[in-house]
Design a protein around this ligand. Structure first.
Ligand code: ADP
Length: 458
């Protein structure tokens, strides 16, 4: 519609402006030719001290213009002395045309109008004798020839406009249909995806803006689909993880209730198993809550934190666990390992990695932790000489609930969420985590945080 309006405005301009300009040009050419004809006649009357019918007729006869429809000569009172018109000849009458009145007042007068297919032009000039106005010459021209030219131009323009108008209408109908079809396809895709059909894609051909929006929409839907399937997997994995300890608790309580005369020792054993399962449940829920907080993006405001004291705190706690398991846990740390994060985050990362190193290393084994600064990074390396990780599993171990060996992880009290918490925590602060196997056996995890010059709180 807007295109059609613009084109209509252009066509209107095309149909009026050239006509106005050519009409104006014609008026101007009429003015010059008519006035020069009048001048010639005025000139022929020059030298006469008084005008009368005879001397005017004699003077004019030689210079009378043929193309004019009427020539009038009046005396200074406006009485007609000479008139070329045969029927309705006005000789002897008073001619009170505006132009003649103007001429008798001493001015050259000209008017022209274009009406019903003809130009009607009138010009008049005074006749002077010794600076005295002794009469006026008036010429009238009725021209249909030039008017026909103008009309020809007008009808040509109209025809041209009609052709352009029809062309534009057809073209805009075609274009708008193509455009509407694409928009409809896009709308359909948006509605389908909104209703949950995440596999639906908009199929828009071409390279125009709508096609580009379609492609952007498709890649947005790709991401949505990935996120949605990750969410579904997460929910189903989480429910499964929660179901297992709950089922065990249920089984244990049923056994206690159903066994008559249960001896104290067995009951104690069952209750302690229930306790262990409850602890597992609380570990899983804690980890889930931690991940949800990370997902929501609402993080505690970070500060510049020195890593060494945090590492020492984890080591004090973990060395007892390692000693009990028969794993030799050693660490080294240099100062000035300052990063922009929170103490809890750094604690969680070091704890989870060290806990894994001890968990997945059989006695007698060894685990090393080191924290140092390398250029613009603070690097934490946790390595062990345990079971290691099969190469094909390395890319997946940071996924939620992913475990290489489910039974081993469960037996060791793992939730399958430790590494995803590490990776999310570190990435949120602009860092990276990598996992690899050591050539001699065992795994090595490398965390890099961007180094921040030490300040308060360090
Ligand atoms: P989990 O609670 O099962 O330890 P994580 O997310 O911490 O879960 O680790 C995911 C999996 O990665 C573990 O189940 C284990 O198979 C593997 N893994 C993690 N750390 C080590 C390690 N130091 N050595 C060998 N395998 C490891």
């Amino acid at each position: 519609m807007s295109y059609i309006l613009v084109i209509a405005a252009v066509l209107l301009l095309l149909n009026t402006y050239p006509l106005i300009v050519s009409e104006d040009m014609m008026f101007r050419s009429k003015e010059t030719t008519l006035q020069s004809s009048v001048s010639v006649m005025v000139y022929s009357l020059a030298g006469l001290d008084q005008l009368d019918e005879e001397n005017v007729a004699a003077a004019i006869a030689g210079v009378e213009e043929t193309g004019l429809s009427r020539i009038l000569v009046t005396d200074n009172a406006g009485r007609v002395l000479y008139d070329t018109r045969e029927t309705g000849n006005a000789v002897g009458e008073y001619a009170v045309y505006t132009e003649i009145v103007q001429a008798l007042l001493g001015n050259d007068a000209f008017t022209s109008e274009y009406r019903s297919g003809a130009f009607r032009s009138r010009a008049a000039s005074p006749v002077l004798y010794h600076n005295q106005i002794i009469g006026a010459v008036y010429a009238y021209e009725y021209d249909t020839e030039q008017a026909a030219l103008l009309e020809g131009l007008q009808s040509n323009l109209l025809r041209l406009s009609a052709v352009i108008g029809v062309g534009v209408l057809l073209l805009s109908a075609l274009l708008s249909r193509a455009l509407t079809r694409k928009i409809e396809e896009l709308l359909l895709a948006i509605r389908q995806v909104r209703e949950g059909a995440y596999s639906h894609r908009a199929e828009i051909r071409g390279r125009d803006e709508i096609a580009q929006i379609g492609q952007e929409f498709n890649s947005l839907t790709d991401r949505l689909q990935t996120t949605e399937s990750a969410r579904r997997r997460f929910v189903s994995d989480a429910s499964h993880e929660l179901k297992t300890p709950l089922a065990a608790i249920r089984l244990l309580t049923d056994s206690i209730l159903q066994t008559e005369d249960i001896d104290r020792e067995t009951a104690r054993e069952f209750v302690s198993d229930i306790g262990a399962e409850a602890e597992r449940l609380s570990r899983i829920t804690e980890d889930l809550l931690r991940l949800t907080r990370l997902d929501s993006g609402v993080l505690e405001p970070p500060a510049v934190v020195e890593g060494m004291p945090v590492l020492e705190k984890v080591m004090r706690m973990m060395s007892l666990v390692a000693q009990e398991k028969g794993v030799d846990l050693t660490y080294e740390a240099a100062g000035a390992c300052t990063v922009l994060a929170t103490r809890d985050e750094i604690y969680q990362v070091i704890y989870n990695l060290t806990d894994n190193a001890v968990k997945y290393t059989a006695a007698p084994g060894a685990a090393q932790v080191s924290l140092r600064r390398e250029g613009g990074w603070v690097v934490l390396v946790v390595s062990d000489n345990g079971v290691g990780i099969p190469e094909e599993d390395i890319p997946r171990i940071f996924e939620r609930f992913y475990r290489v060996d489910k039974a081993r992880s469960r037996a060791a009290g793992g939730t399958g969420l430790g590494l995803s918490i590490v990776s999310d925590t570190v990435c949120r602060r602009g860092g990276t985590v990598e996992a690899a196997n050591r050539p001699g056996g065992g795994a090595v995890f490398t965390v890099r945080w961007p180094w921040r010059e030490g300040g308060e709180g360090a």
